[in-house]
Design a protein around this ligand. Structure first.
Ligand code: ADP
Ligand code: GLC
Length: 508
């Protein structure tokens, strides 16, 4: 028998993605399966997920869910055969675009009911209400799955261990307290030592409060969230649970983000043969209708365009950068808050032929951007991990990033003056003001002028190891720690096997 882990989340590549969470879920599931652990992803049956999942078949009808009956379909992810359970409800069926907000950026009114329903469906699977074998451990991710540990506790399903991973403390799933009755949460659980958070019902707090163990995605962020500055109001509770808080960094899917074998880029390249990067640069300029100048340093911005990602600060800093460096080009790929999106569109109008912005979500363009740009500007007010700068580093695109969270653990700082220390792979800056950002970008342009230093940094960036080996073993150890005594030995990891060699979950 293999250890069964049910990874509960709201997004997973390639089915649905709005951010790094989706990348992490699928690559973690693959990494665990390669090591002999039977990881299954359970998530909403959004239309895009139903379109792409393979081998779908009915795994059960769940009658007693808050939003009415739901169907559970089992299948596999395309390409990788990671098993997936999709919960189909009318609410999830309506989510044809972004799963959380409507076209105007407003949160859907039924978010509490939809994600509460997901948690109830997980509990039904755990309680044996379907023909599926219940998991030994449930790994719930972010607020969307936050009710799972609370409901398992409520239903006294104690033999299944629960790990709750915080990918972003800023997204909390806080709703009016009067949702509770409809979600099957009794008044006894609604006090300040339960799910209540500033007069609201918090899904995130439910996960933190009731999971056996909590984790987050970098060591620095794990320390930061214990402080009022980064705790988003949860620092008190997190301090109470400090002994159960783990830091397990994310990994990078080195098959998908691989300059030597990336089918989405113009020409492959590697640290020992960088000729392809110049071709990718030319193609990037063509894709964004910028002049094909091989000597123009290209600064990229590629992320959610939000307050977290310092879109406001970037828009205050970049006009100065563009005036100071008349040859530089700026390429923006992203979407998010409409006001900030418009800010970047205006910047493109103000600097024709030098700035291009694609407002939207586009996986192919993201690969072209990382491969073809010289530098990536990645400001963050807080950054639990930060996959984007690591993707850019894989392609020798040097990150200029805020010294917060996972960035501190992953990018070796070249510092703002003097020769870059050995091993430097990026440039870090402090603070949230335009001047600090401009200074850091200027430092990057200065280093770019010195090919010896620049190429050394590129080599460091491209050879940094952020594979899943270590984190997959740490997750396995965490699962083992919370699993029932009788099944602990199932969580011993096997040596990595090239592809899935365990059958998808079996029926009980
Ligand atoms: P976060 O999860 O906070 O958004 P990460 O950097 O960890 O930050 O992950 C973001 C992920 O989303 C990366 O895979 C990045 O390439 C991707 N991404 C963000 N915006 C876009 C976009 N507009 N088009 C394509 N990919 C995007
Ligand atoms: C979140 C964080 C990001 C992290 C990602 C995956 O969205 O903002 O820093 O990399 O989750 O854990």
């Amino acid at each position: 028998m293999n250890a069964r882990i049910l990874i509960v989340c709201s997004e997973a590549v390639p089915l649905v993605k709005t951010g790094g969470l989706a990348d992490v879920i699928t690559s973690l599931a693959r990494a665990l399966r390669r090591r002999g652990l039977d990881a299954t992803v359970m998530m909403p049956g959004y239309p895009a997920a139903l379109d792409q999942a393979r081998n779908l078949e009915e795994a059960g009808v769940l009658a007693d869910l808050p939003g009415g009956p739901g169907r559970l379909l089992s299948g596999t992810m395309p390409e990788h055969d990671v098993p997936v359970l999709l919960l189909c409800t009318p609410g999830f069926a309506r989510r044809t675009g972004n799963p959380y907000v409507d076209e105007c950026g407003q949160e859907f009114a039924d978010n509490a009911q939809c994600f509460g329903t997901l948690a109830h469906a997980v509990v039904a699977v755990c309680g044996g209400a379907t023909a599926l074998a219940p998991p030994h451990v449930v790994h719930a991710n972010d607020w969307h799955a936050g009710l799972v540990p609370a409901l398992l506790r409520l239903k006294r399903i104690g033999e299944i261990g629960t790990l709750f991973t915080i990918h972003n403390l800023a997204f909390q799933g806080n709703f009016p307290l009067d949702c509770a009755a409809g979600l099957g949460i009794p008044p006894a659980m609604l006090g300040p030592d339960g799910l209540e958070f500033w007069g609201r019902l918090s899904f995130l707090k439910a996960g933190i409060r009731y999971a056996d163990c909590i984790s987050t995605v970098s060591h620095s962020y794990a320390a930061e969230i214990l402080t009022p500055r980064f705790g988003h109001g949860m620092d008190g509770l997190l301090n109470e649970r400090k002994r159960d808080l783990l830091a397990i960094r994310n990994g990078v899917d080195t098959d998908t983000w691989n300059p030597a074998g990336d089918a989405l880029i113009a020409r492959p390249f590697s640290p020992t043969d960088m000729r392809g990067k110049s071709v990718c640069k030319r193609e990037l300029q063509a894709l964004f209708n910028l002049p094909p100048d091989p000597f123009a340093p290209i600064l990229a911005v590629g992320s959610r365009i939000t307050h977290q990602k310092m879109a406001d600060v970037a828009q205050a800093s970049l006009p100065t950068v563009l005036q100071r460096y008349p040859r530089a080009q700026l390429i923006v790929l992203g979407c998010g808050d409409h006001a900030y999106e418009q800010g970047f569109a205006r910047l493109a109008q103000d600097f024709p032929g030098r700035v291009a912005a694609h407002i939207g979500y586009d996986e192919k363009r993201a690969h072209a951007l990382h491969a073809g740009a010289d530098m990536l500007l990645h400001g963050s007010r807080f950054e639990p991990f930060g996959l984007t700068p690591l993707y850019s580093m894989r392609y020798g695109t040097i990150p200029i990033a805020s010294r917060v969270g996972g960035i501190i653990d992953t990018i070796a700082d070249a510092r703002l003056s003097g020769p870059p220390p050995q091993g430097a792979s990026g440039i870090l800056f402090d603070g949230e003001d335009a001047d600090s950002m401009t200074t850091a970008v200027s430092r990057a342009f200065a280093l770019y002028e010195n090919p010896g230093e620049w190429h050394a940094m590129q080599r460091n960036a491209m050879s940094a190891d952020f594979s899943w080996s270590q984190p997959a073993e740490q997750y396995a150890a965490a699962y083992r720690g919370i699993a029932a005594q009788a099944v602990k030995e199932l969580f011993a990891v096997r040596p990595e096997a090239p592809e899935v060699d365990i059958p998808a979950y079996k029926t009980a």
